[in-house]
Each structure stands twice: as C-alpha cells, then as structure tokens.
Design a protein around this ligand. Structure first.
Ligand code: BV8
Length: 246
C-alpha cells in the first residue's frame, strides 16, 4: 500500500515526531474502548460515571466501575502497537501523548510519556486534603477497602484521573501544545471527540506538521489529516516501524 510507504518514510525522516493515542491502542490487549458496544458498563455511559458530580452523588458505584476496569486491565498486557510506540519514543525528538489511563504504554517502556488524563493505578484525596492532593500509586486488585480512603485524612479517595468537566493539569496542556509543534503528528486509535486532546491534531496541522491517522474506522479527524490509514493499530504499526537509520 503506497500510503504505508509514504508514512514510513515520513516517520523515519522526522526530527520531531509526536504520537497521540486513544483507547483503540489498547483494544487488542483486551481493554474495553469507550465507544464500542463493550464500552458500556451495566447501563451507564462512561461520560455519566467519569465526572466529579457522579462521584459526589454515589462514590461506591463509581468505584465499582473503576475497580471493574482495574481488574480487566490487570489481566492485560501491552500489544505490538504499544511496543512499536515504545520503540519510537526512544528516538530523539519523539513525544508520546496518551488519553489512556491503563498505563500499558508505561509497561511497554515508553520514554517520556505524557498521560493527559492521568492513571487508573493512582489515587488522590477527593476532599483535597493538603497531603492527599499529591496522588499515590496503588496497584492492588482488588482494593482492600471499597470505597478506598485517603491515608492522610481518612476522607474519600478518588481515582487520580481527569474527569469530564475537570481541567487537565496545567503543565500537561502546555506540554501537549508544545508537542503539537512537530514534523509528523500521528494520531492512533482515538475517535477524536474528547477535548482538549482532540484539538491537538488541528494545532499540529496549523503549525505545518504532516498529520496522519491510524484507526479501524473513520473518525472526526479523518477528513482533516494528510493521510488516514484504516486498520488495527496492532497490524499497521509494525508495518510503519523501520529500524532507525543510524
Ligand atoms: C476540560 C479519564 C476544562 C477518565 C477521560 C470543546 C468542545 C466540546 C466539548 C468540550 C470542549 N472542551 C471541553 C469539553 C468538554 C469535555 C469533552 O470533550 N466532552 C466530549 C464528550 C464532547 N472535555 C472535558 O471535560 C475535559 N476537561 O475541558 O476542562 C473545561 C471544563 C468544562 C467545560 C469546558 C472546559 C476533560 C476530558 C477528559 C475526560 N477523561 N478519561 C477515565 O478514563 O475514566 S476521557 C476518555 O474518553 C479517554 O481518556 C479518552 O479521552 C476518551 C475516549 O476516547 P478514545 O480514547 O478515542 O476512545 P473511543 O472509545 O472513543 O474510541 C476508540 C477509537 O479507537 C475508535 O475510533 C475505534 O474505531 C478505534 N479502534 C478500536 N480498536 C482499534 C481502533 N483503532 C486502531 N486499532 C484498533 N485495534
């Protein structure tokens, strides 16, 4: 396929390569995506559970959902797409930005990963007590006490993820915007509907980057990128990866 060769060349020649990933990157590992049918948990839409309002209303049901996802993710391992992204991340000038909270990129050894929406393996204090604002890592599955408590103030602990209606960490938005200034911007496995992440490919294009998308299907970004390749990331990425030219 000519497109594959074009993109392989662009990536291997890029001095500044920026990669944005979404739930589709982890689909082949068995992690449910948000929009696919199996994305629904019971009858809830993710947007209904991943909000501070939902947590304040019923922290137990929201924690049950995160515990269910932690259980699923704990049984998964990075797939070939994660390993190719990890290899690219070793290249000078490469930035990897993910919307995923599963940390499979971390487990694949991705260098300098920007986790825009946080990590499902980190908790923080919902009451925002001074010591509990800084998140702490807890990978225990199952979590011994549900809902978990803040070890500092005994108040409710929450998943240290960015919920809908919550602003991202200031530094992360900044870093993501800087990473959009690149030669090649590659968006992989995201439906491109959640902002500010979905705005990055537009920003990259505005700054003159060659923009490309790998996704199983058409997305909100497909019509505006220079090159859209339809297929599974776990199949396509190994074809795009050429050992770095010394
Ligand atoms: C904010 C963490 C300031 C939690 C997540 C501008 C316009 C419109 C709305 C807004 C806007 N600005 C802000 C908003 C509101 C909102 C938003 O964007 N709403 C959307 C729904 C319209 N944004 C926010 O609230 C953000 N905060 O802006 O703060 C502010 C506040 C209020 C008002 C104004 C400004 C915070 C957003 C972060 C929310 N947290 N996750 C958790 O995980 O529990 S978002 C979460 O959903 C994920 O992290 C991810 O970002 C998103 C899911 O999207 P994808 O990853 O793309 O997954 P999806 O399932 O949708 O698609 C999978 C894709 O993969 C599909 O295309 C499929 O075809 C493809 N695929 C499947 N298998 C494969 C594959 N591709 C390749 N290979 C395969 N094998």
């Amino acid at each position: 396929m000519k497109e594959l060769q074009t993109l392989t060349d662009r990536i291997s020649k890029a001095r500044r390569l920026t990669i944005l990933t979404g739930a589709g990157l982890s689909a082949a590992s068995g992690v449910p995506t948000f929009r696919a049918q199996d994305g629904l948990w019971r009858q809830y839409r993710p947007e209904d559970l991943a909000t501070p309002e939902a947590f304040a209303r019923d922290p137990s049901v929201v924690w049950e959902w995160y515990a269910w996802r932690r259980g699923k993710i704990a049984a998964c391992k990075p797939n070939t797409a994660h390993h190719v992204v990890a290899a690219w991340s070793q290249m000078p000038g490469c930035r990897v930005i993910t919307q995923n909270v599963d940390d499979l990129h971390v487990r694949a050894g991705t260098r300098d990963l920007l986790r825009m929406h946080g990590s499902i393996w980190e908790l923080s204090c919902f009451e925002r007590c001074p010591a509990g604002v800084q998140s702490w890592r807890d990978e225990r599955v199952p979590l011994p006490d549900m809902p978990p408590r803040c070890p500092h103030c005994g108040g409710l602990a929450r998943p240290a993820v960015v919920w809908f209606g919550e602003s991202l960490r200031a530094g992360d938005v900044e870093a993501a915007a800087q990473a959009a200034a690149c030669d090649v911007f590659l968006t992989i496995g995201t439906s491109a509907v959640v902002y500010p992440a979905a705005g990055l490919v537009h920003e990259a294009r505005r700054q003159g980057a060659f923009t490309a998308e790998v996704n199983l299907e058409e997305t909100a970004a497909s019509s505006m990128v220079d090159l859209a390749i339809q297929g599974g990331a776990e199949q396509i990425l190994p074809l795009l990866y050429s050992f770095p030219i010394a």
